[in-house]
Design a protein around this ligand. Structure first.
Ligand code: ADP
Ligand code: MG
Length: 250
C-alpha cells in the first residue's frame, strides 16, 4: 500500500528525514514511535504530500507519486495525479482540525461532496453509518465547540473515513486529550484495525502500539533506528537508543 524509499527532507539547513524507508502492506498496522522532534510528523506529512520531499521515491498502491531522477532529485507526478493518489489516504491530526462553523454532519459530508462530487443523499447515509461506528450518531447537528476532545477526534476519524480511503494516517491522535478521553479514541482505532484498515499511527501510547500494531518503527533524529514486530520491539529492543527511549516511557 505504501512503499517509501530513501526519503530525505530538510527545512532550510535542518535535515529532518535522512534516508527513511517504509513499507506498509494491505491491512497492516504500523506504529511509529520516537521522541519529539525526531521527524515522525514530517514523515507522515511527506506521505500524503502536505510536505514535499527533497530526494527519494514514494509509491502509493502501486502508483509512483514521486521518484528520483538521474541526479537524485525527487520529481513529482503532475498535481492532478498527486491529488488523486492522495485521496486514497485519510489523515487524522493531533488537534482535530474540524471546521468550527459547521455541524458534525456538515464536517463529514463536506469533502466527499466537494472533492468526490458525491450527492448529498449518497453521502449522508454513509456519514450517519460512520457516526454510529464512532458512537456519535446523536451528535450530527452539534457544532465542534459543544463536543469533548475525544468526541471531536472521533468526528475527525469519521470525517477522514467518509472519503473512503484505503489507508489511514494518524499523527498523535490522542496527545491533545485528557487521559480519560484517550481510551474512547483508541477503541475506535482498535475497531478500525479489526476491520482490516491499513494504518500508520504516530503515537506515544505504547500499550496501544504493542497491542494493535503489527509492526513498530522507532525513529530517532530522522532515521528509523529499529523496526520489527510490535512484541519483539517492545520486549526485546536491540538498539541502545530504542532501549533508552522505551525505558524513559515506562
Ligand atoms: P516529531 O513529529 O517527531 O516531533 P517533526 O516532524 O514535527 O517531529 O519535526 C522534526 C523537526 O523538523 C523539528 O526540529 C521541527 O522543528 C522541524 N520542522 C518540522 N516542520 C517544520 C517546518 N515546516 N519548518 C521548519 N522546521 C520544521
Ligand atoms: Mg509530531
Amino acid at each position: 500500500m505504501i512503499y517509501a524509499q530513501e526519503i530525505y527532507k530538510s527545512f532550510g539547513n535542518l535535515a529532518v528525514l535522512k534516508g527513511v524507508n517504509l513499507t506498509v502492506a494491505k491491512s497492516e498496522v504500523v506504529a511509529i514511535i520516537g521522541s519529539s522532534g525526531s521527524g515522525k510528523s514530517t514523515l507522515l506529512r511527506c506521505l500524503n504530500h502536505l510536505e514535499q520531499i527533497d530526494c527519494g521515491n514514494i509509491m502509493i498502491e502501486n502508483e509512483w507519486m514521486v521518484k528520483n531522477n538521474n541526479i537524485n532529485q525527487a520529481v513529482y507526478q503532475p498535481e492532478r495525479e498527486i491529488k488523486r493518489i492522495c485521496t486514497k489516504m485519510g489523515m487524522v491530526f493531533q488537534h482535530f482540525n474540524l471546521f468550527p462553523h459547521m455541524t458534525v454532519l456538515q464536517n463529514i459530508i463536506e469533502a466527499p461532496m466537494i472533492v468526490k462530487k458525491m450527492k448529498r443523499d449518497e453521502i449522508v447515509p454513509l456519514a450517519r453509518e460512520l457516526l454510529s461506528k464512532v458512537g456519535l450518531l446523536n451528535k450530527e447537528d452539534v457544532y465542534p465547540s459543544q463536543l469533548s476532545g475525544g468526541q471531536k477526534q472521533r468526528v475527525a476519524i469519521a470525517r477522514a473515513l467518509a472519503m473512503q480511503p484505503d489507508i489511514m494516517l494518524f499523527d498523535e491522535p490522542t496527545s491533545a486529550l485528557d487521559p480519560e478521553l484517550t481510551g474512547e479514541v483508541l477503541k475506535t482505532m482498535h475497531q478500525l484495525a479489526e476491520d482490516k484498515m491499513t494504518m500508520v499511527i504516530v503515537t506515544h501510547e505504547m500499550g496501544f502500539a504493542r497491542e494493535v500494531a503489527d509492526t513498530v518503527l522507532f525513529m530517532d533524529k530522522g532515521i528509523i533506528v529499529e523496526s520489527g514486530p510490535a512484541k519483539s520491539l517492545f520486549d526485546n529492543p536491540q538498539n541502545q537508543r530504542t532501549q533508552e527511549f522505551l525505558s524513559s516511557m515506562f
